[in-house]
Design a protein around this ligand. Sequence first.
Ligand code: 13P
Ligand code: SF4
Length: 452
Amino acid sequence: MTSVAELIRRTAEAEAEAEASAGVAVARLPLPGHSRPIVLQSTGASSCDSGLGDDPWAIDRDPGYGPGASAADQIPGAAPRQGPLPERYTRASDEQLDRWILDAKSTLGDRVRILGHFYQRDEIVKYADFVGDSFMLAQAAKQHPEAETFVFCGVHFMAETADILSGAEQAVVLPNLAAGCSMADMATIDQVEQCWRELTEALAVGDGGVVSVGLQPVIPVTYMNSSAAIKAFCGRNGGIVCTSSNARTVLEWAFERGQRVVFFPDQHLGRNTAKEMGIGEDQMPLWRPHLPLGGNTVEQLRDARVILWNGFCSVHKRFTVEQIQRARAEHPRVRVIVHPECPAAVVEAADGAGSTEYIRKEVEAAEPGQVLAIGTEINLVNRLQQQRPDLTIFCLDPVVCPCSTMYRIHPAYLAWTLESLVAGSVPNRITVDGSVAAESRVALERMLAAKP
Ligand code: 13P
Ligand code: SF4
């Protein structure tokens, strides 16, 4: 097995040789880093955080979600931190990283599959074997038993899901451990257990506000964007997982079994989906985890159809009705499509809402010349814009603000991860073990089996 040190030595020798034979002066000075603003385009748009031009490793040691994160996002003390990235990678040029990634990828062949979420930067997406939304990537992990390792270019909860659904012998690796999700962190397992205790006690009073005999009082549903511990909680309590592409199907599944649903952690996806099913806002109380009964009365909980956890995505919370009004004023024929993590008023004002794959398909199906305003993460919007130059596509938010944790996956981490795999070590392995894995698999399998 080749060690990383040996790889570094060999590559340095090969580079010196190549440079010498090309007549290039070999300067052994540090190579420039990658202070390349990842999303600032030539549109003159301003960025929500000047730190977005920095390399992720410059901030990995700091606690927090990094540049672009909202002040409302509180990172848990126990959130994983990324260790220092070797200088070989932090000092490499884009061209070197590209060569190292491609070389390692070809050495590893089918043994390693790179999964990339739509929100990843283009410099990562170009190496991915599968690109998709969180649902598609969960399926990809399940459907590729030939792979020994999945390198998950996305965020922590997605890597956990891939580990749960893939075989016991398959490893899942997250190139930068700082790639978490602030929304997923808004519900901890302790808070969820506490909510469940209070809820079941409140609903046990009298007839529990019975809607229909024979149904459970409440079914727990968790968005994919949650920890494995919460997915396991749902699995052992007759609940299920959903993604933004199947939330309605999953809620229908839940209402066949229960009188109400408690929905973790994204209030917006829960509210938007329930509204689409004809449920009134007065039947969707918000559960604030730090208040007794989530800040509700027993009557409100008994009358509820969907109890919404008070979580949100700081990226999608930035989209507003005013932005939609401005887009319509400036482009009278514009079609506005948004992700269902946006607030309900935004989804209502838009022409369509759906998962990242839905948004991609809408763009694919658009007639040449059409104008589309999109309310989702900027990396996906920019990519769609590049793929369809015959359309006018723009992000609803004029301020460029990517998902601050997706952004933490950089080609330097990918190169380090792949070269470590070539050298026989498995860095940043994400594992979900024992009963947590088994019970979350139950909730995930229910989701994969639920059909509209
Ligand atoms: P999708 O389920 O559409 O991939 O979205 C995941 C996500 O994190 C959106 O913020
Ligand atoms: Fe989490 Fe929002 Fe980033 Fe999606 S876009 S990973 S929900 S913070």
